[in-house]
Design a protein around this ligand. Structure first.
Ligand code: C5P
Length: 236
């Protein structure tokens, strides 16, 4: 299985389908709020029908009952990964899991559920001073990951810098999905806790999420192949 998830942060169906045409084989893509709010959930169904694997990144965060209902409906789409914010608490994460299990059509594999820890665009300073969370990002991310595990989640979204500690705290089977990936010398954009694909591999990240380093590249397919090779140790 590919370890690179391409973030389809586009605002139209045309742009998205034109981008995907460059790939001959099915890939793992992430559909987030930009594309979903532009095209609705039909784009998710269509991309799944094309054979691609889908991480539906809608980051649910609400009271448990509402999240459960939302997840129940998302589970009907047959996507591969969905997520919610760990900041919603253990009860909310448990409700998210229940919603997925209840909504998954019989005979289908339920989507994996992962929790968003501290966004990779949030720095240590912003976490302490703006969000009012004391301590280090690492400690907070570890606490959120343990809560996610206790709630029955399959893993978390975190930065590359926290993946190793999360595997130590929650086990090697607990998935670490890491955005904030940049090629050596590339622009950080709005991300703060960034790392290269090679470093992600060294830190034991299970999957990396890459958006602009692929989608804004002059040759997206070549950028994808290079990143996939770097993260997978030549195993492509
Ligand atoms: O363009 P870039 O590679 O920075 O895109 C990263 C993607 O990962 C975006 O779609 C963003 O929403 C998502 N993401 C993130 N940090 C998180 C969770 C998701 O950057 N903690």
């Amino acid at each position: 299985m590919s370890r690179t998830i391409i973030a389809l942060d586009f605002s139209s169906r045309e742009e998205t389908l034109a981008f995907l045409k460059q790939f001959d084989e099915p890939v793992y893509v992430k559909i987030g709020m930009e594309l979903t709010y532009a095209c609705g959930l039909d784009i998710v169904r269509d991309i799944k029908a094309m054979g691609h694997k889908v991480f539906l990144d809608l980051k649910l965060h609400d009271i448990p009952n509402t999240v459960k209902g939302g997840m129940k409906n998302l589970a009907k789409l047959g996507v591969d990964i969905v997520n919610c914010h760990c900041a919603g608490g253990i009860a909310m994460m448990k409700a998210a899991k229940e919603g997925i299990l209840e909504g998954t059509p019989e005979g289908q594999e339920p989507a994996k559920l992962i929790g968003v820890t501290i966004l990779t665009s949030v720095s240590q300073e912003a976490m302490n001073e703006e969000l009012g969370i004391e301590g280090t990002v690492l400690d907070t991310v570890k606490r959120y990951a343990r809560n996610a595990k206790e709630a029955g989640l399959d893993g978390v979204v975190c930065s590359v810098h926290e993946a190793k500690a999360i595997h130590e705290a929650c086990g090697e089977d607990f998935l670490t999905v890491t955005p904030g990936i940049r090629l050596a010398g590339g622009s950080a954009d709005d991300q703060k806790r960034i790392a290269t694909p090679l470093y992600a591999r060294e830190q034991g990240c299970d999957m990396i999420v890459v958006g602009r380093s692929i989608t804004k590249s002059d040759d997206p397919k070549a950028a994808y192949d290079m990143i996939e090779k770097e993260i997978s140790d030549g195993r492509i």
